[in-house]
Every structure is written in structure tokens, then in C-alpha cells.
Design a protein around this ligand. Sequence first.
Ligand code: NDP
Ligand code: 8X3
Length: 273
Amino acid sequence: MIGGLSSAGRTSYGPGMQWNDRWVLITGASSGFGAAAAEAFTRAGAHVLLGARRRDRLAQVAEACRKTGARAEFHELDVAATSSVTEFVDWAGSFTPHVDVLINNAGGALGLDTVAAGRDEDWEAMVQSNLLGLARVTRGVLPLIPHHRGASILNIGSIAGHQAYEGGSIYCGVKAAERSITQALRLELNGTGIRVGSLDPGMALTEFSDVRFRGDTARAAQVYRGVEPLVAQDIAETLLWMASRPPHVNIDEIVIKPTDQAAIHKVHRRATA
Ligand code: NDP
Ligand code: 8X3
């Protein structure tokens, strides 16, 4: 026995890990990273509990996940409202007494305004979803996360949390705060066996820029002009890898960027027609 875990318990993880009796709860599962993570974990055999505001999109994601034979349940969730988070967690608890992986993914950026031109409603929404939402969901779900079974809390940060850029002030700020919350949780949960990690992507092609630029798809497309960005599946596979390490291994932080993006401001762009 090591740290209360039998050797049998340890060997059930790793590349051959059995996901069949495991539940994964994902916020922001209606598109992008969250939807891809739902598909990756169900393909591995896990069951998923999916939350976001757009029910119709959640239904599509759940339907795709069920084709693997796994269970995929969904419920409306607005991480910006404590009442919605409470209702969602109660709903989740009606399916399972244990959530083995919590993926705090809901969030995004609104606008690319300088501080001088920034709008209260954008700032408040970014703080509510990326920062307070992550804390609310974690507080709510923690009682369902088992100790000493290799459970994980995986938070989605960003390279914006490592380096600020013009027009990104509040978004960069909340993603920097995500790293601090992750580090605090890692300390607070030390001894419980619950792993805590942050996955911090660079430029990835999802609905992120469409949302940021409020449906201005031409402007959103310019972000990825001449670049081969990450795709949602890159993030999903990395999340699955992080959660599949043996229980004594905690991946604290991963920064993942497109090969074309050496730094926030250093992006290689090919000539386009
Ligand atoms: P998407 O816009 O495709 O996905 C964002 C998800 O978050 C959607 O499912 C959306 O669902 C959900 N969401 C937003 N606000 C709320 C809310 N208040 N309550 C519940 N769900 C919410 O973008 P990505 O997949 O790219 O973004 C996922 C995460 O990754 C975000 O935290 C983002 O900041 C981060 N990120 C993205 C990068 C990129 O370049 N794409 C790079 C680094 C980090 P709905 O609208 O239905 O509620
Ligand atoms: C998304 C990456 O660089 O657009 O978090 O902020 S960036």
C-alpha cells in the first residue's frame, strides 16, 4: 500500500485505464473545447455530464457522444449565476455520487478594447464566466469528487494568463487569476488525492473569436489568417491524457500553442490569396 492506495488501484490508471465507471463533468460543453472533450472522454468509455447555456447545442453534443455507447446527459448551466450552478450540481448528483473529472472550461473573451475604451458589461461578463464561474462550479462540485481514486479538476486557462496583450486587459487578467485559483486549489486539496491542473492553450480555431467579435466572422477569420491553429481535438486529447495519468502523477500546468505561434505577438503567417 502506498498512501492508502493499493497497487491494484494504481495499475488501473495510465494508458490502459478503465473509464467505464467514471463520470466527467464539463462546463462550456456546447461548442469548441468542451464539446470535443465530451466526445474524447466518451470514446474512452467515460460517461459525461454537460453544461452550458445553449440547450440545443448541448443536445447535439450529447447525441454524438451517445453513439459511443456511453451515457451523456446535459442540462442548462450559466456559470455566471450561483442559482444556476446550484441547480446544475443538484441535477448532476442525481446521476452519480462521484464526479471523477471536473473540466472547468466555460468562458471566453468579449471585445478587444483598450482599457480606455472598455465596456462595463464586457468586463463583468468575462469576470463572471471565466473567473467567478470557475470558482462557483468547483465549490459546488467538490463534494461529489472522490478522494484517493485519481480524480482530477482540470481548468482551462490561456497563454493570455501568462502574457498580457493590448486590448486583452480584462481577459488576460481573468486567465492570470485562473492560474492563481488553480494553484490555491492544488494547495488546499493536497492530501485528498484529488489532482488539480491547468491547460493553457494559445490560438485555437473554435467559436472563441466569433464570440469575441460578436458574430463578425470576417474579423474572426483574420485572427487565423495564414496560420495553422490548434483545433478543439488537440485540447480534448491533452485533457484526456492529463486525467489518464496514474493517480500519483499530477500534471500541474501545460502550455500548448500552435507551432506557428512562438509567442502571443510572434505568429508565423503564410501568404494567402
Ligand atoms: P467556444 O466559444 O467554442 O466555447 C465556449 C464555451 O463556453 C461554450 O460552450 C459556451 O457555451 C460556454 N460558456 C460561455 N459563457 C458561459 C456561461 N456563462 N455559462 C456556461 N457556459 C458558458 O470557445 P473555446 O472552446 O475556444 O473556449 C473554451 C475555453 O477555452 C474558454 O474558457 C476560453 O477562454 C478558453 N481558451 C480558448 C482559446 C482559443 O483560442 N479558442 C485559447 C485559450 C483558452 P454557451 O454559449 O452555450 O453558454
Ligand atoms: C485565447 C488565446 O491569445 O486570443 O485565450 O487570448 S488569445
